[in-house]
Design a protein around this ligand. Sequence first.
Ligand SMILES: C[S@@+](CC[C@H](N)C(=O)[O-])C[C@H]1O[C@@H](n2cnc3c(N)ncnc32)[C@H](O)[C@@H]1O
Length: 273
Amino acid sequence: MGNMVATVQSSFLPYIENSGISVFDENNPFPSTRYQGSKNKLTCWIWDNIKDLDFETALDAFGGTGSVSHLLKRKGKQVFYNDILEFNYIIGKALIENDSTKLSDEDIDLLLSENKNKQNFIQKTFKGIYYTDEENACLDNIICNINCLNDEYKKAIAFFALFQSCIIKRPYNLFHRANLYIRLADVKRSFGNKITWDKSFENYFRHFVKEANNAIFYNGSKCRSYNRDALDLDINDIDLVYLDTPYISNKGVGTNYLDFYHFLEGLADYENW
Ligand SMILES: C[S@@+](CC[C@H](N)C(=O)[O-])C[C@H]1O[C@@H](n2cnc3c(N)ncnc32)[C@H](O)[C@@H]1O
């Protein structure tokens, strides 16, 4: 079978911020995620357009949240997920490559318990930038607990939950500006975001672990997550290649995902931040 390439014409799509509502009512719904360019709301449309193609293996070369990989996994395909950012690769491990490991309630309690050996890198480096002092201390604590886990998939699920918790508590769901003041300003508000921003990390962490646990299943073939520049991928014998590159503005400038999500990339490699 020759390669088939499926692309989404990003420039024709409106900006999509994921509401988290999975369009597939199946047993293992994709978790709620907020990410620039996520195609979670389009998975029905994407499937409609590729379902008649004859393919068993698929490469999602610019995987992002993994929403399209997860769709293909739910449809029984052998999926190869890839993203250049390490935090996304970890999400790919948690939701795509992982086919059975989940986090128990005891694991979650342990991850949220106080770690006497925790470091204070986030408290020192990001004071007043993205989160409150108390929240920064909480992040330093959880990340130290996550790094004590031995099981790579448990670790990946915990990271997934931490990343989503960090995103949901940020104005615009991004890290491109030091705008904690938007959250903390004592002003009259006509929108409900402040309630979302101010819920605790603990609350969100528990919530997102549950969502990730529900998304994990085995579809009969071994799926894999990769962390490469798409141009350097050397995976052979793929039937279908799905390409969803960063958006390019009409000035020719591509979205810089590291600018938007550097904080998560730092969390993914805390010891070397
Ligand atoms: C439009 S997003 C993909 C969204 C994804 N389809 C989803 O539903 O979440 C583009 C992704 O490409 C990744 N990326 C950017 N340059 C890359 C490269 N050279 N190789 C692999 N991935 C890259 C970014 O980190 C980003 O996650």
